[in-house]
Design a protein around this ligand. Structure first.
Ligand code: ADP
Ligand code: MG
Length: 264
């Protein structure tokens, strides 16, 4: 655009002053009235019925709810694995709700680190190669990939397990590899779906401590869990019921502190 076409109001400050202002901070997640209807033949299931949610950068949010309440559906939409039937989703300011498969895959790789209940590591690859994989898709050059994957594994305390394959690691270690893989692209959002669901209690608290460190280092974390103890690690809990947000609470308030209300 030429200077003559520049629409900046003559009365507004321009040049250095404008350039010096920090970029506006946008929320990592902005969901507005998101609905998701699954259709098979005549049957329609309204899995999400108008969910609005804002998660700011650096927040740690747990999503809870009974089976069938829409947690997985929400996780798929937040993770750009699926798109809403209606409503809008902006991820780090970018409208992703109408993107096609290819664009979504690109956004996923660039902006989201996933941690799944089943770890989802490739059994034939070493820990190092598993962690480096998202960088392959991001077109990072090989030596740089190895360097960053090693740093990420060191970060989760597995610098001495680089060449081990998943089958040669404990469940807790495999989930640490998965966290290292989620971090290696330096994503805007870490999305964890029941990350402790397949772990014994010691490994589970280990992995939760690690996710806590990840949050403390400034990352935005959204954790999906049915486990109240796991959800308590978060700063804020969003409860889903029948595809709608039923309540939001802040961890440490009487409603979700141990003993604050009956568990179960
Ligand atoms: P949660 O993870 O909380 O258990 P889901 O998001 O998996 O809940 O499911 C919400 C509702 O949507 C349920 O009634 C479920 O049966 C339905 N549902 C989920 N996935 C599909 C699908 N692919 N096709 C049809 N219905 C689905
Ligand atoms: Mg589910």
């Amino acid at each position: 655009m030429s200077a003559a076409q520049d629409p900046v109001d003559a009365g507004e400050p321009t040049g250095l002053l404008v350039d010096a202002l920090p970029a506006p901070v946008v929320p990592v997640i902005e969901l507005d009235d998101v609905r998701k209807t699954y259709r098979s033949g005549e049957l329609a299931v309204d899995a999400l019925r108008g969910v609005s949610l804002v998660v700011e950068g650096g927040e740690y949010v747990a999503v809870m709810g009974p089976s069938g309440s829409g947690k997985s559906t929400l996780m798929h939409i937040l993770g750009c694995l699926d798109v809403p039937t209606s409503g809008t989703y902006r991820l780090a300011g970018e409208a992703v709700d109408r993107m096609g498969e290819e664009e979504l895959a690109h956004v996923r790789n660039r902006r989201i680190g996933f941690v799944f209940q089943q770890f989802n590591l490739l059994p034939s690859l070493s820990a190092l190669d598993n962690v480096a994989l998202p960088l392959v898709y991001a077109d990072v050059e090989r030596s740089r990939r190895t360097e960053r994957a090693r740093a990420s594994l060191e970060r989760v305390g597995l610098g001495n397990r680089l060449t081990h394959r998943p089958g040669e690691l404990s469940g807790g270690q495999q989930q640490r590899v998965a966290v290292a893989r989620a971090l290696v692209t330096e994503p805007d959002l870490i999305l964890a779906d029941e990350p402790t669901g397949n772990l014994d209690s010691t490994s589970a608290s280990d992995v939760m401590a690690l996710i806590g460190e990840v949050h403390a280092s400034g990352r935005t974390v959204v954790l999906i869990t049915h486990d109240r103890d796991v959800a308590e690690a978060a700063e804020r809990t969003v409860h889903l019921l029948d595809g709608q947000v039923s309540s939001t609470g802040v961890a440490g308030t009487p409603a979700n502190r141990p003993g604050g209300e009956p568990r179960g």
